[in-house]
Design a protein around this ligand. Structure first.
Ligand code: FE
Length: 208
């Protein structure tokens, strides 16, 4: 069933032991055999925790809010824009950007594991990897979103995008009202990680 989904990486969700324990054991073994350097592993984790995070996606969204031509290109061919801006890193070989509008709300999930655009959003949050989110957001998206604090209008269409190793998705949230004339840097601060997964709106400018 994983092959159908097109995943090229190992899955841990069918194993009884937790991924954390297995990863630690694997790391110990690689270090013991001289195949991995613990300092380098730590440096990579640090990089994804501090240098490569949702601020990269947030800046992209803020640019799109202020530049309609860029927004159109992003929706038509995000790979082209990402390459042009020099955004590099793991898990963004093919990106599609889906724009929220007053009538359409987009949500991203990976139903079979945790495919996620690392180079744009950093490390995935734990809830994104949970079996509960992966299963329920497809079956009852409105209920899940409401539990996460996002109430949608009854006539808003919800589109669910299932990530895979071939395609990663990024939601382009709606630009909040009251932000006319704001510079990109200030707008980017309103673009939360969750708003780019589609489980929240961009932050309220009044709450800044
Ligand atoms: Fe996956």
């Amino acid at each position: 069933m994983h092959d159908d989904h097109g995943h090229g990486h190992p899955h841990h969700d069918l194993d009884a032991s937790s991924p954390e324990i297995r990863v630690e054991a694997l790391e110990d073994l690689l270090v013991e055999k001289g195949l991995a350097d613990r300092a380098r592993i730590d440096a990579t984790i640090q990089r994804y925790e501090h240098d490569i995070g949702p601020m990269i996606g947030a800046e992209l969204v803020a640019h799109a809010w202020t530049d309609p031509a860029l927004a159109s290109r992003l929706l038509a061919d995000a790979d082209d824009v990402v390459a042009e801006l020099g955004i590099r890193g793991a898990e963004i070989q093919h990106i599609e950007v889906k724009a929220n509008t007053p009538g359409v709300h987009n949500v991203v999930v990976c139903t079979l594991c945790s495919c996620y655009p690392w180079a744009l959003l950093g490390l995935p949050p734990n809830w994104y990897k949970s079996p509960e989110y992966r299963a329920r957001v497809v079956r009852e998206p409105r209920a899940v979103l409401a539990e996460m604090g996002l109430e949608l209008e009854p006539d808003t269409e919800v589109h669910i995008w299932d990530s895979s190793s071939e395609t990663r998705f990024l939601v382009l949230p709606e630009r909040p009202a009251g932000t006319d004339g704001w510079p990109v840097e200030r707008l980017a601060e309103l673009v939360t990680r969750d708003s780019m997964i589609g489980v929240a709106r961009a932050a309220d400018p009044a709450g800044e």
